[in-house]
Design a protein around this ligand. Structure first.
Ligand code: PHE
Length: 480
């Protein structure tokens, strides 16, 4: 069952469908808010350009050459290059990361779906910020509601992948992405006149290194150590790096998988540039639509994952035609999440079909059930239950308040996947493409018409990208 995308533009659509999703519109604004704005965005953009771009090219090239699921592609390519078959571990860790990410992605996408129904009921009309907040609370504080929406989203995802990747995505994404783009531009225009635009611009584009490098409380005050000094933290840098991978769907094989359906003859440089630019523009537009609402309503930019649900409904509630526009927005965002979800699960499905001889339907259902189950961890995190709380309820009072025990399972899964697994996956991909594969074979995959791009890329994946990722990691371990 080896199929190919029907044209170059369908590959672009599918890859954009994978890249553009909750990462751009839900996650980017709230982590930007948490980590202080300007410097965070700068760090993220630098990671996109110096690490994301070359690694996306590498993933597409690897996938197209291997023509299978990431596990089998890696096995085959390392044999071909005389490397060790252990490189296939990259495929395994990618499958694991994809399933873990989808487990919480689905819960949030479920919230988005719930919001499109709420928007259509007109419930946001003329609400105050407090009213909007209590509408959000009535969802996230009731696990059974979240569970229902999570179940609906996972069922739709399973249905979509069970039908096979190509048909669905091509059609959905080709009308969806332009529509989402237009509505975002509209929301930015709305935000321009809201009175908070200048403040939002300052927040997003004026670098304030302290807000990035020193730990702050949820309310934005700097934390102090025993000597009254601010506490240095490298976490925001890890989050910025991780988000560059997350938002571009890199480091876990999703883009490699889509590359495997790509025809031999198209040149991949220009396509990569299109995918990366669109993804980045969508994230920045989302920020420009949301932060003005934050400031004009005196909200805290660092409130976390609830940020879009507490801001955008305020705008929908007070604009003419807001019921319609709000419904449309959340519906489009739901489809954008769906096209990303499909790419998160597809490497696992493809591997089950190829290597375990499963039928697509069976593979989709089983994988979906496992992910659905892991998603329960995120649902219970929404009420603020931390790992420490869980241990205490299981084993009695243990005074677990330090470090990792302060975080919810959602926060732990998110950090583990986005900030650790994806960057390490990307690091290995760039080492593999730059050092293990023969130059001949990578060069042939590029089929560039421009003779400068290949050499530049080669230097990037050999030295620049891996060194930068390694530097971020060595720094967290205190070695650097
Ligand atoms: N890129 C997607 C988003 O920004 C999420 C994703 C991550 C999809 C990794 C596939 C692989 O929403």
């Amino acid at each position: 069952m080896k199929h190919e995308w029907s044209s170059k533009s369908t590959f672009i659509l599918a890859a954009v469908g994978s890249a553009v999703g909750l990462g751009n519109i839900w996650k980017f604004p709230y982590i930007t808010g948490e980590y202080g704005g300007g410097v965070f965005i700068l760090a993220y953009l630098v990671c996109i350009a110096l690490i994301g771009l070359p690694i996306m090219l590498a993933e597409i090239a690897l996938g197209r050459r291997g023509k299978q699921s990431p596990v089998n592609t890696m096995t085959q390519l390392s044999l071909e290059a005389g490397g060790h078959p252990a490189w296939r571990i990259l495929g395994w860790s990618g499958m694991l990361a994809g399933c873990l990410i989808l487990s919480y992605y689905s819960v949030i996408a479920g919230e988005v779906l719930a919001y499109s129904f709420r928007a259509s009921s007109g419930i946001f009309n003329h609400q105050t910020a407090d009213g909007i907040k209590s509408i959000l609370n009535s969802l996230v504080s009731e696990p059974e509601k979240l569970l229902a929406w999570h179940t609906i989203f996972m069922s739709i995802t399973v249905l979509a992948v069970a039908k096979g990747v190509r048909g669905g995505i091509e059609k959905t994404v080709s009308f969806l992405m332009p529509a989402l783009f237009i509505i975002l531009v509209f929301l930015v225009f709305y935000a321009m006149n809201s009175g908070g635009f200048q403040q939002a611009l300052d927040f997003m584009f004026t670098p304030d290194a302290d807000k990035f490098f020193y730990a702050r409380s949820e309310l934005g005050q700097y934390l102090m150590d025993a000597n009254g000094e601010k506490i240095f933290t490298w976490k925001p840098m890890m989050v910025a790096l991780g988000h560059a991978f997350f938002t571009l769907s890199l480091g876990m094989g999703a883009i490699m998988m889509y590359g495997s359906y790509l025809n031999r003859h198209v040149s991949i440089g220009q396509m990569t540039l299109i995918i990366v630019s669109l993804d980045t523009v969508v994230a920045l537009l989302a920020g420009l639509a949301i932060f003005p609402l934050v400031f004009v309503n005196d909200l805290n930019p660092a409130i976390g994952p609830g940020l879009i649900f507490e801001t955008l409904p305020l705008a929908f509630g007070s604009m003419a035609g807001g019921t319609f526009i709000g419904t449309l927005f959340f519906t489009l965002l739901f489809f954008a999440a769906l096209s990303s979800a499909i790419s998160l699960i597809e490497p696992t499905i493809a591997w089950l079909i190829e290597s375990k001889g499963m039928r697509r339907i069976k593979a989709s259902v089983w994988t979906g059930v496992v992910i659905w189950f892991i998603g329960l961890a995120t649902i219970f995190s929404m009420t603020g239950t931390t790992l420490g709380d869980i241990f205490e309820s299981l084993f009695g009072d243990m005074e677990l308040k330090a470090g990792i025990f302060n975080y919810t399972l959602f926060q732990i899964i998110d950090f583990l996947t986005a900030s650790i697994m994806l960057p390490i996956g990307g690091l290995l991909i760039s080492i593999f493409a730059g050092w293990v594969m023969e130059q001949d074979s990578t060069e042939r995959e590029f089929s560039f018409h421009n003779r400068y791009i290949y050499p530049v890329w080669h230097v990037m994946v050999r030295y620049v990208s891996p060194l930068l990722v390694a530097m971020v990691f060595l720094n967290i371990t205190g070695l650097f």
